[in-house]
Design a protein around this ligand. Structure first.
Ligand code: ATP
Ligand code: ZN
Length: 210
């Protein structure tokens, strides 16, 4: 059988759980050290270790057959990949947040305001749904400090505990999108036997956890 290639995050919030999931499927391999690609010893699979942002594109282009990545990244990159399985980890919510003393009370109040985010596409789609015209400012990191610096009236960022918001004088205002890690694949994989076997093992692992 031909080897499939699966892309997972090299290091970061999804790495450990992605590796653990594949190991629980009985796959024998080493986590990322310095080699970007590793071959599984007992299953026709190669593992590519990448930055999460690059995973949907690699799968869309067919450089990888499969990927494990957050739904937030799939949506933001607007990649055409097949959703195969929700994996139940890496849960987080993309939220709008505003300064504690802000006069913004309703989503409509965002009209004409500046919103800082690393997720311009998801935010744009959300605002379009409400017919809101806001100035979306793309910031790649530390989005939470931008209202305090006078750079924005609100932010749209991933929140899990809310601690970072609070320490920057912000409060959550509205949920934009829930996200979790997803197993995605290229469109042409339907009927692939290696994939069917892998998915069956993943489903057993997920069921055993419930
Ligand atoms: P990379 O170096 O791979 O680009 P990163 O710094 O962009 O990594 P991480 O912070 O490791 O990304 O987050 C990876 C994914 O984990 C996110 O895209 C999201 O789907 C998920 N996630 C879960 N909880 C959180 C959280 N509290 N903050 C950010 N991301 C979270
Ligand atoms: Zn990233």
């Amino acid at each position: 059988m031909k080897n499939l290639k699966i892309a997972i995050q090299k290091s970061g919030r999804l790495n450990e759980k992605s590796v653990q999931l594949l190991k629980n499927c009985g796959l024998d391999f080493e986590n990322y050290k310095s080699s970007l690609i590793t071959t599984v010893g007992n299953f026709p699979l190669e593992i590519l270790f990448l930055r999460d942002d690059d995973i949907p594109g690699y799968v869309e282009q067919g450089i990888a057959d499969l990927g494990i990545v957050g739904e937030n990244i799939i949506d933001e990159t607007e990649s055409k990949v097949e959703y195969i399985k929700r994996l139940g980890f890496g849960k987080c919510t993309l939220k709008l947040a505003i300064p504690k003393d802000s006069t913004i009370q309703d989503i409509k109040d965002l009209n004409g305001k500046a919103i800082a985010t690393s997720y311009p596409n998801i935010l744009k789609n959300f605002l379009d749904e409400y017919k809101i015209n806001a100035d979306i400012r793309l910031i790649s990191g530390s989005v939470e400090i931008s209202p305090g610096l006078g750079l924005s009236d609100a932010i749209c960022d991933i929140v899990s505990t809310g601690g970072t918001l609070k320490s920057n004088g912000l409060k959550p205002f509205a949920d934009v999108k829930n996200s979790e890690a997803i197993l995605v694949g290229r469109k042409e994989l339907e009927g692939n036997e290696v994939l069917a076997e892998l998915v069956q093992r993943i489903e057993s692992v997920l069921l055993a956890k419930e």
